[in-house]
Design a protein around this ligand. Sequence first.
Ligand SMILES: NC(=O)c1ccc[n+]([C@@H]2O[C@H](COP(=O)([O-])OP(=O)(O)OC[C@H]3O[C@@H](n4cnc5c(N)ncnc54)[C@H](OP(=O)(O)O)[C@@H]3O)[C@@H](O)[C@H]2O)c1
Length: 327
Amino acid sequence: MNLGTVGTGWITSSFIEAAQLSKEFKLVGVYSRTVEKAEILADTYNASEVFSDLEEMAKSEKIDVVYIASPNSVHFEQALLFLKNKKHVICEKPIFSNTGELEEAFKTAEANGVYLFEAIRNIHTPNFKTLKEKLPMAGEIRSAILPYIKYSSRYDLFLQGEEPNIFSSTYSGGALVDLGVYPLYLAVGLFGAPKKSTYIPVILRSGVDGSGTLVLEYEEFVCTILCSKLSHSTILCEIHGEEGTFVLEDAAPISQIEFYDSHSKDSKTLSVPLEEKNMVYECKNIAGIINTNNQKEYQELKRLSEIVLKITEASRKQNNIIFDSEK
Ligand SMILES: NC(=O)c1ccc[n+]([C@@H]2O[C@H](COP(=O)([O-])OP(=O)(O)OC[C@H]3O[C@@H](n4cnc5c(N)ncnc54)[C@H](OP(=O)(O)O)[C@@H]3O)[C@@H](O)[C@H]2O)c1
């Protein structure tokens, strides 16, 4: 499939390299608001088309699928433009600002006979699939703690008085939508939708959360998600069952999984080493769904996106975190 990209941050380069490794996509066009930046990216990865006009890119017959890696608040408008022009869209997490946008975008995709995906690396890895398959080994799940705590270099700028996009309400930023979505996807992918969720954030001067704790209540257990862009952590992810405990090195991409048996105290490694360019798994899965029109898998990914966004939106509402586009 012929690929076009939007945005010129490091994540776009990572995605292009993974897409090339997957052999499923051929980079054809790149878009930037600045021609020079688009030219540099196009030269680096041998793309033939350079765009600084998004409408022109959307109308190009040379492109089948577009990867969007712009600031969060911009995703919706850009995705809608491509979907209306019958391009498949792979949009970076968090896919959109709220569920209203998500619903409209999925309807637009369907009406135009194309697919819409949220780019979320962890649930596509073979280790996630193994974890889901092996979950019954733990017996009755009684608790889980899933942290994603990582000091952001952009927090230095925030402390100096600037407002980087990811800490900005104008650009739909914040710790939960930026980092918390990874463990949240993990929880929803493994345990389904919780019956109740409560978010306790630490709010920054910009009005969005710099860190927070999200408590997901299930019938028989509680899953606690910790997310922060203000600190560094060495805590591992753990899922505690009566028969055993899964220990994950990270919530994304899920680099390693150990299982500890509660009774024998034995432990074993369940994970496989991941590719260094671990976005390759999402590239392969997404291409597979499009190529084979795999509605079952598509609907499952759509369902996960919907549940995750519903929870982050509710979390914001509980705490009066309102993005500028919603004011
Ligand atoms: N999957 C992952 O592991 C991962 C990692 C990092 C980020 N992300 C996601 O990727 C997206 C981009 O993140 P980022 O940190 O690269 O964001 P960013 O630096 O704020 O912006 C990304 C790109 O968007 C363009 N841009 C900047 N401001 C814009 C504006 N006001 N309107 C339109 N375009 C604008 C810029 O490209 P041009 O100047 O060339 O137009 C910029 O390079 C986010 O949704 C983020 O959550 C995902």
